[in-house]
Design a protein around this ligand. Sequence first.
Ligand code: 2P0
Length: 318
Amino acid sequence: MATVTRAHPNIALIKYWGKAPGEGNIPATPSLSITLDALTTTTEVTDAEADIFELDGRPVADRKVTECLANLRRHHPVPPLHIRSRNNFPTAAGLASSASGFAALVTAIDAHCNLNLTAQVRSDYARQGSGSAARSIFGGFVALRGPNWQAEPLATPADWPLKVVIAIAAAEAKAVSSSEGMKRSAATSPYYPAWVASTGQDFEAAISLVASQDFAGLAELAEFSCLKMHGLMLSSRPGLIYWNPTTVACMHRVRQLRSNGLPVFFTIDAGPQLKAICLPEAAREVAAALADVDGVHKVLVSGVGDGAALVAKEAGND
Ligand code: 2P0
């Protein structure tokens, strides 16, 4: 019997960077994201003799996947599984493949094994795999905050149908994983305590800006959160530089478009790709401007996506 699910990555407008001490992969700060419909992870689960995990057609030994399965098995009957996960975008290049990956995986195991988990509980298991994955269980605009650290939906894709233009500035895997980078920032950056202390108020302000659909306010705040996170990364030792020259050129281009009156702002995660968030009527112009920046390989235009969902559950020979 095969079970197939689909999930989309999300990008944080208020960033998560750093973990609370202790177990459970608890973020040190709250975060707020939007889900991207143009990027998709599709995960198929079948019964097997022993666990096998394939990513984009190749068997992979992934410690986080192994731990995610072990976590689920601590509380639920989950037999050995063959898991085939595919991304329609570059893996591990700052496009949040682990977010959609763990959201699709937990949702697939839930459906395949008839665990009847609530979305909140799936979010909890997904977060233990990868912090940002907690948010990809839900669609639209999503918050992740304590004390329970299960994500919660704030607005649906139809409520505020923004567009996200993704400028691919390099397709290679990143040099330092997010988990490693977060550890380094917490251990070495003199800015880390200030980051942890100040993010809560950014998060609270962003909740209000999303509720009132204040694009200009969100633009200013989201760029602040992004640049504050990158300031933290840069101040780690050795400094974490996730940008390349194309990323920086794209940032200047977005600022220039905004000063010319276009409703657009940027955000960048732990990789060189820039995501430009804009009102729908600006998407075409933003995409053309970013495609024209030296070094941009490709531009993708995404809408706001839905949460992780079951695609098919079929009887079969496997
Ligand atoms: C975010 N990022 O809020 C931030 C912004 C990247 C930069 O969450 O260690 O893969 O697996 O919990 O979720 C990427 O980190 O990290 C991330 P782990 P994750 O989207």
